[in-house]
Design a protein around this ligand. Structure first.
Ligand code: ADP
Length: 168
């Protein structure tokens, strides 16, 4: 019942006037990306599509984040990007992921300070499965982003299950 009642000196407990929905929304917005993010799986822009597919299987993820020579976010490559490339008939060992990836600045990202709710909203609004968690590397310019994590639909599902647990 936390949140329904509030306490004041000499008044005691009183009804805080918040609906269950308001309390849930408050709790949701307190859940931060930094507390839920998973380890990012990254590959170099020059890596081949063949290596990207292998990494996808070995790391058991659906999306890879692509970084440039400086280790900064260059793009994103998804399962369907790789499937499309595989159907293209080119030699996958010779085709760099940099050629087929979705490229910066068109990448939708979140920061560790963002709420998990905002991340979930971006996943829905932009119809993507995964968001790189990034921090700006200021000395390298406004679009220089280091990848520090990933938020996926699985992350949100896990948090949803956690919210539904009644024993906490
Ligand atoms: P899939 O295509 O495997 O279902 P997505 O729905 O996540 O996976 O990807 C759809 C398209 O959006 C792909 O072309 C992918 O490169 C791109 N994409 C995926 N994640 C992002 C992101 N965070 N920002 C921008 N584009 C993305």
């Amino acid at each position: 019942m936390a949140g329904y009642l509030d306490a004041r000196p000499r008044v005691g407990y009183f009804y805080a006037g918040k609906t269950g929905n308001q309390l849930l929304a408050e709790r949701l917005r307190k859940m931060k990306v930094s507390d839920y993010k998973a380890r990012p799986v990254v590959i170099r822009e020059a890596s081949s599509v063949y290596d990207a597919i292998t990494t996808l299987f070995l790391e058991d993820v659906g999306t890879l984040y692509v970084v440039n020579e400086e280790g900064l976010l260059a793009g994103v490559v998804s399962r369907k990007d790789l499937l499309r490339a595989a159907l293209g008939g080119k030699r996958l060992e010779d085709l760099p992921v940099g050629v087929i990836m979705t490229r910066m600045p068109n990448i939708i990202t979140v920061t560790p300070e963002d709420s998990l709710y905002d991340a979930a909203k971006k996943l829905i609004d932009y119809e993507v499965d995964s968001l790189p968690v990034v921090v700006e590397v200021k000395e390298k310019g406004p679009r220089a982003l280091e990848v520090v994590g990933r938020i996926t639909k699985t992350t949100i599902t896990r948090a949803f299950v956690e919210l539904g647990q009644t024993d906490r």
